[in-house]
Design a binder for this molecule. Structure first.
Ligand code: GDP
Length: 480
């Protein structure tokens, strides 16, 4: 930090001319508007017998910092409910399962309780709560992760017992693994005569999910989402896994959390569903949500009731902010509305500037530079190829690459064209995508451009290896 002579004079309650004179005596020629460096400031202050206190600048507009600072003493922490996401292949029963859990548990005891969709809901199992994100599939999961928000504690992977492991099942597993979220497998459609749970288990073993009976540590629960069978066991297992994880939060602090979904409502203005991750959110709280701000005007819970407060892991829909935030945006409650407004406005400005200079993702061209700066120690790769055999051969060759200072990590593979889902996983995990004898489809191409994801297309295996090795050693010829 530097100060001008005039600013320093003001801080010391002296005339600038006096400071200039002192500087002169110390052998420094200075004018009133001259910027002084740290040494000069210290010299002058020492002369006046004043200690220089370095201002520690906390960037109050950095919402992520509130999450990082969030380590607290154990005493103030209390157990909190787990936040669960349901993923799996299309038509394997995610929506049916979400509905089934909601109907058996939410409406019970709520006379005429209207379940309303706010993007998440909570169920109560003998006094213990579980929060479900009500957007099936991994698109939402990945979007949030790409925005730096990890809100899921546990992933349920639904696999239809009559269909087995499908491409999106594998994607879902890899998304959960990349986010280091524990997995419970729900083997669904057990009511069907063609159900073959053993096959599902066998197939999942190939993806590292081994049932406990077979010596692994993955919990498999056979269910019928349609008939409501096995749901209680599934819920018990969720509680079991969360107990082991010792999920905690401090309800006695001001709230922080993440946006689940948001939209503009004709009558109510900006409406956002927030997941409180720590602290307690109250009506009237001054709040910054992404770069929107305001005061919490009204809060509605997942069964459409007005509530005055919401504790850790509780989803609530709020009104009272000036703009529509995005899913995955952080929110933080501030002491007073004025600070919230300043932070919100400043964040809106920064967002405009940031959109002009996109943050750098890893590409083969900047890999070496990012490695040298210590930003990257692992090169995450997604491999897509025309046939499964080639996918495996490619992955095996890539894993053999041995360059000091960086590891290759294959986070996802698959046969077929490069899809938008591959790109979103790459963006969320800072990965590059290699396509072998395949190309990105139109949506994937657009997404890759928007997200700055590096796609490399090849037809000869050794060329791929050569290119990656060269990039790791900083010897890649720039691409024009
Ligand atoms: P999603 O795409 O994963 O959300 O799958 P859905 O929940 O929409 O389910 C797809 C289809 O499978 C629907 O016709 C459901 O009625 C059916 N389905 C879901 N769960 C079960 C089940 O446990 N048993 C049977 N027989 N059908 C199911």
């Amino acid at each position: 930090e530097s100060l001008s002579v005039a600013e320093l004079a003001k801080k010391l309650h002296r005339e600038p001319s006096e400071i200039i004179k002192k500087l002169f005596m110390l052998g420094v020629m200075a004018t009133i508007n001259q910027e002084l460096d740290k040494d000069a400031i210290e010299l002058i202050c020492a002369d006046y017998g004043v200690e220089v206190e370095e201002e520690v600048r906390v960037d109050i507009t950095d919402l992520d910092a509130y999450f990082e600072q969030n380590e607290e003493n154990e005493q103030s922490m209390e157990e909190r409910p787990p936040v669960v996401t349901i993923m799996g292949h299309v038509d394997h029963g995610k929506t049916t399962l979400l509905d089934s859990i909601r109907h058996t548990k939410v409406t019970a005891g709520e006379a005429g309780g209207i379940t309303q969709h706010i993007g998440a809901y909570q169920v109560d199992i003998n006094g213990k709560k579980i929060t479900f994100l009500d957007t099936p599939g991994h698109a939402a999961f990945t979007t949030m992760r790409a925005r730096g928000a990890s809100i899921t504690d546990l992933a349920i992977i639904v696999v239809a017992a009559d269909d087995g492991v499908m491409p999106q099942t594998v994607e879902a597993i890899n998304h959960a693994k990349a986010a280091e979220v524990p997995i419970i497998v729900a083997v669904n459609k057990m009511d069907k005569p063609s159900a073959n749970p053993d096959r599902v288990m066998q197939e999942l073993t190939e993806h590292g999910l081994v049932p406990e009976d077979w010596g692994g540590d993955t919990i498999f629960v056979p269910i019928s989402a349609l008939k409501g069978e096995g749901i209680d066991t599934l819920l018990e297992m969720i509680l079991l896994v969360s107990e082991v994880a010792e999920l905690k939060a401090n309800p006695n602090r001001s709230a922080i959390g993440t946006v689940i979904e948001a939209q503009l409502d004709k009558g109510r203005g900006s409406v956002a569903t927030l997941l409180v991750q720590d602290g307690t959110l109250r009506v009237g709280d001054p709040i910054v949500v992404g770069h929107a701000y305001g005061r919490v005007r009204a809060m509605v819970n997942d069964i459409g009731r007005r509530v005055k407060e919401a504790g850790p892991a509780t989803p609530v829909e709020i009104t009272g902010i000036n703009e529509v935030p995005q899913a995955g945006d952080r929110f933080v409650v501030f002491e007073d509305e004025k600070t919230a407004r300043q932070v919100g406005e400043s964040r809106a400005m920064t967002a405009i500037q940031a959109s002009r200079s996109e943050k750098q993702r890893v590409t083969l061209d900047n890999l070496f530079e990012q490695m040298s700066q210590g930003d990257v120690k692992e090169l995450n790769i997604i491999v897509k190829a025309d046939v499964q055999g080639t996918v495996e051969a490619m992955a095996a060759s890539l894993m053999k690459i041995d360059v000091e200072g960086v590891n290759v990590k294959i986070i996802h593979t698959g046969a077929g064209a490069i899809t938008e889902s591959d790109i979103s996983l790459a963006a969320a995990s800072n990965a590059i995508v290699i396509g072998f004898n395949v190309r990105p489809d139109t949506n994937a191409k657009r997404a890759a451009e928007a997200e700055g994801v590096d796609i490399r297309l090849h037809r000869i295996i050794y060329k791929v290896i050569e290119e990656i090795e060269a990039a790791m050693k900083g010897m890649l010829d720039p691409e024009y």
